[in-house]
Design a protein around this ligand. Structure first.
Ligand code: NDP
Length: 272
């Protein structure tokens, strides 16, 4: 049986095993997928031990190890290189591991599954951490007209813009967000996790069509409520992104493309 795992610390609440078992069932794969809480000082050894098993095919990596997984990977996808973070490792035939960051393709797939047109749109990305870095290339590749990055610490947003050097990408100051005329606003900050707002003025949301929060919970997040209260038409959370990034990893490992929407609904109903 093919073996998979997710590494994190803490890892107790990870939904990855549930999601991947659903994918396995729908695609006719038989898999073992375990949660591994790696010690903070022993992540690399834990990954090596996992891949020492002959049937270990791949693993997911979550907080706080994504940067260390990137450093371990012998080869990395372009998305992982921009993010400097890896959430998916796959065994390479020639030995070692290949690193991927599937957050961005997961986000784009979820937006599309919700019938949101990205081509030609003005998209404002709040935050400049690992999650933001992971989604920049896939958003640009999805044909958006302009991507603004807006972060509490502006220098971090500017650093991403300078690194990628694309004329459709720009840094937006927090106080300039209201005038930027975003049609879609994506919150990749960690603010929702502490029930805080990311710091943009409510005026930024008045003409916004879609507010997307990468965080998710049983109830709409504080950012989703703020967006709807201030005139935004639609607010979505990041559960769909979680499932879609997992689906992209599953495809990398197995070559199979699992159906995702039923999984999103089931995970939302039974596990959040
Ligand atoms: P990082 O720690 O790398 O970055 C955090 C970012 O949030 C920084 O830009 C930071 O700003 C900003 N921030 C934190 N607190 C606040 C606040 N109170 N107000 C304004 N900005 C704030 O985290 P990640 O990028 O890895 O993750 C961010 C979020 O994305 C988390 O909620 C995570 O759960 C979610 N996520 C969801 C995924 C999904 O599949 N749905 C996948 C990956 C991530 P500064 O630079 O100024 O400190």
């Amino acid at each position: 049986m093919k073996k998979f795992a997710v590494f994190g610390n803490p890892i107790t609440h990870s939904l990855s095993p549930v999601i991947h078992q659903m994918f396995a069932k729908s695609t006719g794969e038989e898999i073992l997928y375990e949660k591994i809480q790696a010690p903070l000082e022993g992540f690399e050894q834990a990954v090596m031990d996992f891949f020492a098993q002959p049937n270990a095919v791949g693993c997911n990596v979550t907080m706080p190890f994504k940067t260390r997984a990137y450093e371990m990977a012998g080869q990395s996808s372009p998305e992982a290189q921009v993010a400097k973070a890896v959430n998916t490792l796959a065994r390479m035939h020639e030995g070692g591991f290949q690193g991927f960051n599937t957050d961005g393709v997961g986000l784009v797939a979820d937006l599309k599954a919700n019938n949101i047109v990205l081509e030609g749109r003005r998209v404002l990305l709040l935050g400049a951490g690992g999650a933001a870095r992971g989604v920049v290339l896939p958003l640009l590749n999805a044909g958006i007209a302009k991507l603004g990055i807006c972060n509490r610490t502006q220098s971090k947003a500017q650093a991403i813009v300078d690194e990628i050097a694309c004329e459709r990408l720009e840094c937006v100051a927090l106080e300039a967000a209201s005038d930027w005329q975003a049609e879609i606003i994506i919150n990749s900050t960690a603010a929702s996790l502490s029930n805080a707002l990311p710091g943009i003025d409510s005026a930024a949301l008045v003409r916004c069509e879609v507010a997307y929060d990468m965080a998710y919970a049983k109830e709409p997040t504080v950012f989703m409520r703020y967006a709807l209260d201030n005139g935004c038409d639609l607010a979505l959370d990041g559960l769909g992104m979680l499932v879609e990034q997992a689906a992209a990893a599953f495809t990398i490992w197995t070559g199979k493309t699992p159906a995702t929407r039923e999984v999103v609904n089931k995970v939302r109903a039974e596990y959040t």
